[in-house]
Ligand binder design. Structure first.
Ligand code: DCP
Ligand code: MG
Length: 407
């Protein structure tokens, strides 16, 4: 018989986010920490006092911030991005451990692989979160998706030696991301299409991934604090105040519309353009020609990016000398790069890092190339930008001071 249900079935997308990831990662290899308040911050760590099993916040001196805290420590008021000295005042007896990124990356690979075995359409969103498109596995049936989500949660716990995660289920990425946060830790939250208004509308606009502190501030001045209030704004007003595309995006988000697909990792990771010269070029004598080549390469690369609708986080250059030795240098400017001028500027910054010896063999070049990598869609760039603003507002800048050589 012809099944209308299957025909009309919408998508089902899960968002899975690990609970107190770095802190719980420490508990996996040190079960004696179970039940105790644990914070993670800094690289060096502090020494336990004589007679103490674990170092505590009381011993900390410095300007670092916490990367995270487990839920026992959160009950004492600790949270990510909190200055460690402030945390020490609040909870001097909470345990403070140094961050060990290699260990967290190992567990990250393990939980992602475990989920991938149950549902292969996994999009990697960073160290502790993924989106999974469950439409095919479940035929668009939420009951089947809940069952699968329970099995995914169990598989994650098994693969990581006991860690928990929280999952949101809905028809799109935006809603699932909000949902996964609703019942942390160890939660499973479902927002069926008909429940969007009931569950999501009462929440604050900041819960929408992509509405950062600046937009929240502006909305507040318009009297908009909840998603329901945002949904009630005329789309034209939002467009006028926030720009065509961001205004429309806000309007659609408040109405639960998000067409983004779960993208697997077959995406282009980088795009590059390079030229081998007919005659080797000298870095000083042929400076003008080299500049011309650089501008042409940047121009082509910016067109490639526009065609693929991507922005780049990282720009690199490749130089091959006349003795065929090659080297690459790259830079991540902090802003997303798309147009030719920005590419040239970043490429010049890379070339400054190359040690040309103006007399020897490394003064003449046979090949010059530019590469754009860490590519991102404009929609994801907006979301990331908002996330950065949030982190900055919470003092993430200090975190980088403390973790200068973190990956
Ligand atoms: N992290 C960080 N600095 C921040 C926020 C987070 O270094 N300002 C790191 C530590 C976290 C990990 O990223 O463990 C994942 O971030 P989440 O925001 O998912 O936070 P948690 O997983 O720690 O907690 P939750 O249970 O709220 O997801
Ligand atoms: Mg998390």
């Amino acid at each position: 018989m012809f099944s209308v249900g299957a025909f009309l079935a919408g998508r089902i997308i899960a968002h899975l986010d690990m609970d107190a990831f770095y802190a719980n990662a420490e508990l996996v290899r040190n079960p004696a920490l179970k039940g105790l308040p644990v914070a993670v911050g800094g690289r060096r760590g502090v020494q336990p006092l004589p007679g103490q099993q674990f170092p505590t916040l009381a011993q900390y001196q410095g300007r670092g911030v916490l990367t995270t805290a487990n839920y026992e420590a959160r009950a004492l008021g600790l949270h990510s991005a909190m200055p460690t000295m402030k945390a020490a005042k609040l909870a001097p007896n909470a345990i403070l451990l140094p961050a060990d990124f290699e260990w967290y990356k190992t567990l990250s690979r393990q939980f992602k692989a475990a989920v991938g075995e149950l549902a292969p359409n996994v999009e990697d969103r960073g160290i502790d979160e993924i989106y999974i498109d469950l439409t095919e596995e479940t035929d668009g049936d939420f009951e089947a998706a809940i069952d699968l989500a329970r099995r995914m949660k169990a598989a994650v716990t098994h693969a990581t030696g006991g860690m928990t995660c929280s999952v949101g289920l809905s028809e799109n990425k935006l809603t699932s991301k909000i949902a996964s946060d609703l019942q942390k830790p160890n939660g499973l939250s479902v927002v069926r299409p008909a429940q969007f208004q009931e569950i999501i509308w009462p929440l604050r606009v900041g819960k929408i991934n992509g509405v950062g502190p600046k937009a929240q501030e502006k909305l507040k001045l318009m009297g908009v604090q909840t998603i329901a209030e945002l949904a009630a704004q005329p789309v034209d007003l939002l467009r006028e105040r926030f720009g065509e595309s961001y205004g429309l995006w806000m309007h659609e988000s408040a109405h639960g519309i998000d067409r983004r697909e779960v993208t697997l990792y077959s995406e282009p990771k980088s795009i590059s353009r390079e030229t081998t010269f007919e005659h080797d070029m000298h870095v000083r004598r042929h400076r003008d020609n080299l500049t011309q080549v650089l501008l042409q390469l940047a121009d082509k690369l910016s067109q490639d990016l526009a065609r693929k609708q991507r922005l780049a986080k990282t720009i690199g250059v490749k130089v091959r000398f006349s003795d065929f030795k090659s080297l690459t240098r790259d830079t991540t400017p902090g802003e997303f790069v798309a147009n030719a001028d920005e590419i040239v500027q970043a490429a010049r910054a890379c070339l400054k890092k190359v040690a040309f010896d103006e007399k020897g063999v490394h003064s003449t070049i046979r090949l010059l190339g530019i590469k754009a990598s860490h590519l991102i869609t404009p929609a994801d760039a907006a979301i990331e930008q908002a996330a950065r603003e949030t982190r900055n507002a919470k003092g993430q800048a200090q975190l980088f001071l403390d973790l200068e050589d973190a990956p």
